[in-house]
Design a protein around this ligand. Sequence first.
Ligand SMILES: [Zn+2]
Length: 293
Amino acid sequence: MKEYKIKPLFTGNFVMDWGNILAPLCQGYVANVPIFMFLIEGPNGEQIIVDTSYDPATVPECIFHPQPRRPEEEVPAVLKRNGVDPDKIKIVIITHLHHDHTGNMKLFKNAKFIVQEVELLESTYPVGTQAAGVAHKDWVDLVPRFVLINGDLNLREGIDLIFSPGHTPGHQAVMVNTSKGRAMLMGDSLYMLGGMAKRFPKLFFELLEKNASVNTGKSMDLKTPEMQVEVAKVFNSRFGGYFGPCILNPGQNMQSLQKLDLMADIIVTSHDPLMSNMKVIPDDYNLFDQEVR
Ligand SMILES: [Zn+2]
């Protein structure tokens, strides 16, 4: 099967309470949340973009605190450095219509945007906290160029869109065939690798320790009987992870996560600082040894 390379493109940080995205694991831990978009490159030079990062002008400052970008983090500069001419991009996959994924859609003047139909319908008049995540200004003028799909889609040989609702009503992940197996671009079904405790136990413990040291000034002793009980609860739960209140439907998200986990050899997230160490996937992917299965 055709094999692709994936480049995570770092495009700036929000500063947030990580409890909003990994609660109760990281409640009270305020730190950078990096925002990545992705370039998929095929053997014949074809390029597909996944998500488009944020526009500081459309992100609610009071919750997400988008940081001023350095010149090299501006999306046009990032694209140029990675050999992308936005005018030549024909396909942009949007995992979901949250502002940290839709902020630069307008840069791609000749592209079609692949979006789940239910995502467009629900984002037009979002429910509850979702309203703080949607920036209509980013995309409302571009709807005529949306290609609306329903459910899983084999986009082309080696690239599949996987319907994974929960974070939003019409969230989709992107499964990409590589020389080391199937890479799953998780969108925001999973923010941080450590949130998938069963697959990444070391990262899960690192997140626990980070949070504890911020809240108590000392690192957590995971060997105490109390902690052992709590950790066992997570690992013995059906899906083995914790997720925060930014998610529309946590139960549905966990089911989607299980589906994506089963299908994927390589997990790629949009907001984990570790993605900065991976310039090209699968070449630089080094988390295989974390798996305990
Ligand atoms: Zn996001």
